[in-house]
Design a protein around this ligand. Structure first.
Ligand code: SAM
Length: 260
């Protein structure tokens, strides 16, 4: 997969040299290209922002450098990339969303700063490529760089060959089979005893069926504690697909929830 990132802070992306993503780049699975938006400015101060029309606080990113940057990055392409614009006013970024993006051959991420990018930039880009505005959460960051890191990391680890064990992506929170969109339960490693606490005996039993059941039950319990709305969704949509013991536990947990 090719990913182009346009930003006024290319140095912000040093972490993309590390760990899984660094290795995936070295292995040729990921082709990440960083671009400094200021190289498409034409004034002495490399200006990328200006005051907002209509007044108000802060500055807005000028359309001209963005337009030229996108033209240049996508020039000569056989098929256009998908442009992703991180913004708090975008659609929520979810694991499902990441899966969809991981099937794209080419993404361009445009990092906003100040009060955001002039609205004509995505409107203009949309004439040539699919564009989506994506929010990584209901809070406001200072810039799109950290949101871009989140999106790139989430998408990259889903690419074939990036994770050492592809099975671990299947077992993650929000990603496990009939119980998908649940949180993953607790995990343990050696030693079996630590500071007076023991690993749950079932995990040492060698009984894979019992281990799987325990994991599903713990996932249900954790979801009930931290994200009850996801459990209600599971009950409403996929109750019939659950094994009997999972269904019984789900009903018990739903009964214990406040307001049920
Ligand atoms: N005035 C904008 C608003 O209220 O929607 C906020 C601009 S924010 C200070 C600057 C930049 O940070 C945005 O253009 C966007 O690139 C990024 N950003 C901030 N919060 C974000 C979030 N929750 N998800 C994705 N990007 C975000």
């Amino acid at each position: 997969m090719r990913i182009d990132i346009i930003t006024i802070f290319p140095d912000y992306f040093a972490p993309l040299e590390l760990s899984l993503i660094g290795k995936a780049r070295a292995a040729g699975i990921l082709d990440i290209r960083l671009h400094d938006l200021r190289s498409w400015t034409h004034d002495r101060h490399s200006t990328v922002d200006d005051t907002p029309y209509g007044g108000g606080p802060g500055m807005v990113m000028k359309p001209q450098p963005w337009g030229e940057a996108l033209d240049s990055v996508t020039a000569g392409a056989d098929a256009p990339p998908r442009l992703v614009l991180p913004t708090p006013s975008g659609t929520p970024f979810t694991q499902e969303h990441a899966k969809r993006l991981s099937r794209e051959p080419w993404l361009v991420l445009a990092c906003g700063r100040y009060e955001g990018v002039d609205a004509r930039v995505p409107a203009d880009a949309e004439r040539r490529m699919p564009v989506e505005e994506v929010s990584i959460g209901d809070y406001v960051l200072a810039g799109g760089e950290s949101a871009t890191l989140v999106i790139v990391e989430t998408v990259s680890r889903l690419l074939p060959g990036v994770l050492g064990n592809a099975e671990s992506a299947v077992q993650d929170s929000f990603a496990s089979g009939a119980m998908e969109n649940l949180l993953e339960g607790p995990v343990y490693t050696k030693p079996a005893q630590w500071r007076g606490q023991e690993v749950p005996p079932v995990l040492l039993s060698g009984d894979h069926g019992a281990v799987d059941r325990w994991r599903r039950h713990e996932a249900l319990r954790k979801t009930a504690r931290n994200r009850p709305e996801l459990l209600r969704e599971l009950a409403a949509r996929r109750m019939d697909e659950l094994e009997r013991s999972d269904r019984e536990l789900l009903l018990e947990l739903l009964e214990q929830m406040p307001g049920e």
